[in-house]
Write a protein that binds this ligand. Structure first.
Ligand code: NAD
Ligand code: LMR
Length: 458
């Protein structure tokens, strides 16, 4: 959508608050009344007691073309009787009710977010809804993608466009972003898409944004390491984070651009220099390592994909990527050969894609999927859920200032670094942990030196 067509978005945040007690109480009261006809039920009853179909984009379109939005059935949510989310087993949110989605490709957690909004909307009068009976997800957060016309940026923008938690999606690139935004803006999901091209439009892009995702920069070609991208990408990240510091210093910042082991320390230094560094809100996105580890382990052990969770710690390059296979959920045993093969495959998975693409870039689609999951988790955290993800953050877990581990995220960002994963490591993991530290330390120091304009030694 061109900027000429921009229109304000109504504030919908208050409708996103969930009271589990309220829901339970309401459910019990409704049960007592013994209403039998589904057509007579309130939306919350349908959400809480029956399978319900949610139509996204049919009535709440935040853009100017509300009346032309077509009906679509994207999500079917079925309540499950168990209360499986009171303890976390990795990347699932700690909420009190579990719902499973039949068709949401973002998985169970997103369906849960949808279901909650679905219920909340029915509890409170919402003047933006055209009809009381409309079952609509509500959006409230603004997300910016910097590097949105790229291999990751485009599919990532598409996935974020499907999020019910997003009201505005700001797409920034140095070129070719107008077409991407025009294309995406035709999807009948709630968020409004705006395009911003070039440095002169960057500040406007960032104003009022809650989450900034940065996949801007060059990808690897066969034969290159991620560190070979440093000379170009360090400057790109530095410049973009300076603009973030000036325009949306409170936003969650997700760094995807490689080498992540160095670009995150660069971002931290830039934010410090601007006097706005909040270590709880700066994240190196390592979700793809977890996604890969979960996939490969599930395949190897013939497990149900959605259940598998492997924490991946350290950093995001070669041996600094350390999957803690002994901490896999559900508990599963591996032979020494399996551990070696899986660890090496997870560490080299990026290179596997770079070689398969044979010069046409690195992982884009799986990265977009992983980054969209991390965005969704961040939005849910901002919305008041406790969410657990692995990410590369400022850390006190060991002597290195930045380290990837499982973290608990909340409204203020990182609320806790989960140290439990580092207890009872196997000898293999302990050795690998020690072995990765010198390389990770050098990459961190290289990033800091660059941002402080000191001669780079590594
Ligand atoms: P790409 O070349 O397809 O896209 C990069 C985009 O960034 C392009 O559209 C380009 O115009 C834009 N860009 C360049 N300079 C910019 C600037 N100053 N401001 C805004 N936009 C700018 O590359 P890609 O495949 O999307 O990969 C992007 C980065 O993500 C690479 O550095 C890659 O190594 C990294 N990556 C990281 C992970 C991870 O797990 N963290 C995974 C895959 C790729
Ligand atoms: C990945 O892990 O796929 C990315 O870091 C891209 C790369 O260069 O391998």
């Amino acid at each position: 959508m061109s900027k000429a067509k921009r229109s304000p978005i109504t504030g919908l945040g208050p409708y996103l608050r969930l009271s589990a007690e309220k829901l339970k109480k309401e459910k019990e009261e409704k049960k007592k009344k013994k209403k039998s006809a589904t057509s007579d039920k309130s939306p919350s009853e349908m959400a809480a007691t029956t399978a319900a179909t949610m139509s996204i984009g049919s009535a709440v379109c935040c853009g100017p073309k509300t009346s032309t939005c077509a009906q679509s059935k994207l999500f079917t949510l079925r309540p499950t009787p168990r209360n499986s989310l009171t303890t976390f087993s990795g990347l699932k949110a700690a909420t009190s009710v579990s719902f499973e989605s039949d068709s949401s490709f973002l998985g169970r957690d997103s369906s849960s977010a949808l279901r909650r909004m679905f219920a909340i909307n029915s509890q409170k009068p919402n003047q933006s809804l055209p009809s009381k009976k409309s079952l609509q997800p509500q959006a409230s957060y603004k997300v910016a993608v910097l590097g949105a016309a790229g291999g990751i940026g485009q599919p990532l923008a598409l996935l974020i466009k499907t999020s019910p938690l997003v009201s505005a999606l700001h797409l920034y690139d140095i070129a070719n972003v107008k077409g991407v935004a025009a294309d995406l803006s035709h999807c009948n999901t709630p968020s409004q898409v705006l395009d911003f091209t070039g440095a002169s439009e960057l500040a406007e892009c960032l104003k009022g944004v809650n989450v900034v995702v940065i996949p801007a920069g060059v990808p690897r070609k066969p034969g290159m390491t991620r560190d070979d991208l440093f000379n170009i990408n360090a400057n790109i990240v530095k410049t973009l984070v300076e603009a973030v510091a000036d325009n949306c210093p409170d936003a969650f910042i997700h760094i995807i651009s490689n080498p992540v082991n160095s670009t995150v320390p660069i971002a931290a230094e830039v934010l410090k220099q601007k006097g706005v560094y909040n270590p709880k809100k700066l994240f190196g996105v390592t979700t793809l390592d977890v996604v890969r580890a979960n996939t490969f382990v599930a395949q190897k052990k013939n497990l149900k994909l959605i259940d598998v969770d492997v924490p991946v710690v350290g950093g995001h390059a070669g041996i600094t990527i350390l999957p803690l296979l002994s901490k896999t959920k559900p508990s599963v045993s591996f032979s020494d050969e399996e551990i070696e093969a899986l660890t090496v495959r997870i560490q080299n998975a990026g290179t596997e894609v770079v070689e398969a693409k044979a010069g046409a870039g690195s992982a884009t689609l799986s990265m977009a999927y992983a980054a969209a999951r991390f965005v969704e988790s961040s939005l849910r955290a901002l919305n008041g859920d406790d969410v657990y993800e692995c990410a590369y953050v400022q850390s006190d877990i060991n002597e290195l200032p930045f380290f990837a581990s499982r973290i608990k995220m909340g409204k203020k960002g990182v609320e806790e670094i989960i140290s439990a994963d580092f207890q009872g490591l196997t000898e293999y993991e302990q050795k690998a942990l020690e072995a990765l530290k010198p390389e990770l330390k050098a990459s961190i120091e290289k990033g800091i030196a660059f941002a402080q304009k000191k001669p780079v030694t590594a």
